[in-house]
Design a protein. Structure first.
Length: 332
């Protein structure tokens, strides 16, 4: 087997987050889905942006956030995603490369513009996300770098990108390359609405051996198994994939790998500021633990430490030295 250059290569939405404070009255007036993620068109994106208060522009995207965490933890990563030739496209490319992530997909000329997620954070730290996917959903199969996938221990797929036919075809091709090269494939379900639209396709990926690891939260697990019983849903789903990691917010997380089972609690946070990026950074800690050959318990702890750091400030990328925080927490 070829020597790997990257611990994780991720394919995901290339998005710039625009984060602004808002109160519940604003959320209600704009008829937004508080605490959820809603896909919006270009016209709605512009009208909501005009109505928002002052915003902070920070590169985001679920899978890209995971790679940012992994890079901070000392791991080699690469990203495949599509931006447009515009200001936000330049912001995204600069930020991701500055984080140490290998990114060289050419920007797309013309319309639509680079994706952006307009995030309203209420005083209770809930984030209400309104996403215009723009160029991100037009990731072509030609952007899939066969050599990089073959040189990556893990291929990590962002479920959000499964909604667009062009990017779904690109991801399907990437899976085939990874499996032929003997690499491992992970998928994050991303959101219950993604599950509702592609449940059977995701089960097909599990049943044909395409997936080695599935990341989900309790809502997504229940959506997959179409039950309100979280415990039963986790058990049923864990039986269909080699490894399942399910997060439960403030209640911690659990991991299942064959006969191995582990549970971990959430880390204490003095003040939750913004929960954007919690899932992505949890995955970063988990992947880092797997890359380092750690136990499932340690993987969950590392994920919890990274998630706790990112929810203590605005933005979905780590600001503190999470490598140091993890080492202190694990006593190593």
């Amino acid at each position: 087997m070829t020597q790997t250059r990257y611990d994780v290569l991720a394919i995901g939405n290339a998005i710039v987050d625009v984060i602004s404070d808002a109160d519940d009255a604003f959320i209600a007036a704009q008829k937004l889905n508080k605490g959820g993620m809603t896909l919006i068109d270009a016209e709605r994106a512009q009208s909501l942006y005009d109505a928002m208060g002052p915003g902070r522009e920070i590169s985001g995207g679920s899978a890209a956030n995971t790679l940012a965490g992994l890079s901070r933890l000392g791991h080699k990563t690469a990203f495949i995603g599509q931006v447009s030739q515009d200001q936000l496209g330049d912001v995204f490319a600069h930020d991701i490369r500055a984080t140490g992530i290998d990114f060289d997909v050419p920007a797309r000329p013309g319309e639509p513009p680079t994706a952006r997620c307009l995030i309203l954070v209420t005083p209770d730290a809930q984030r209400t996300m309104n996403t215009f996917l723009g160029a991100a959903q037009f990731l072509p199969e030609t952007a899939i770098d066969k050599g990089k996938i073959e040189a990556s221990d893990w291929l990590y797929l962002e479920g959000y990108l499964w909604n667009a036919p062009e990017s779904r075809a690109a991801m399907t091709g990437a899976i085939a390359i990874a499996k032929k090269a003997g690499r491992k494939v992970a998928l994050t379900l991303s959101d219950a609405f993604v599950v509702d639209g592609h449940r059977d396709e995701f089960f097909a990926l599990m049943d044909d051996g395409s997936l080695d690891l599935l990341f989900a939260n309790d809502t997504e697990v229940r959506a997959m198994m179409q039950t309100e019983d979280t415990e039963a849903a986790v058990a049923a789903l864990a039986a269909r994939v080699p490894m399942l990691v399910c997060t439960h917010g403030a209640a911690g997380a659990e991991a299942h790998r064959g006969d191995e089972h582990a549970r971990g609690g959430a880390e204490k946070v003095n003040r939750v500021v913004d929960t954007t990026g919690a899932g992505g950074l949890f995955a970063a800690g988990g992947f880092a633990g797997l890359a380092e050959g750690r136990s499932l318990e340690d993987c969950l702890t590392m994920g919890a430490v990274c998630a706790a750091e990112v929810i203590s400030h605005y933005g979905a990328r780590p600001e503190a030295d999470i490598r140091k925080l993890v080492a202190e927490r694990l006593g190593s």
